[in-house]
Design a protein around this ligand. Sequence first.
Ligand SMILES: [Zn+2]
Ligand SMILES: [Zn+2]
Ligand SMILES: [Zn+2]
Length: 138
Amino acid sequence: MSARRRRVRQPTPELRCVCGHQVRRYWRHCPNCARALRWGDVHDVTGAECFNCGWIVSDRFSWCPWCAADIYEEGISSEQPLKAPKGFRMDARCDWGCGGGVQYPMSDCPWCGRWQSCNEDERFEGTAPAAAAGWTTG
Ligand SMILES: [Zn+2]
Ligand SMILES: [Zn+2]
Ligand SMILES: [Zn+2]
């Protein structure tokens, strides 16, 4: 028992895998059936999805934070790292000090494209046992 209560982010009811298991936003796999999940821009928040993985991105990003694809577009992507472009929030600063914001559980910085180490817990939770045993995407 602790006097300090941590806010636990609960999955909202609409976030379910096709198998019916509740999932959290940006989990890569369903922990129940190991199906690969795709988080596209279904609500038309940013108007942009990664050409490679199909996940929601900001058109301000230079790199896809989910699959590390180069999504830089001249004149559209931000020249300067931003903290939280529309549709995203800043949970932490980039590990590498580029000055940009990173939202959990992004695996790569959307601004400098470098690997982020600060979200191991989220990453672990979102990984199905089958995935840990060598299950591959695509
Ligand atoms: Zn499932
Ligand atoms: Zn991608
Ligand atoms: Zn960075």
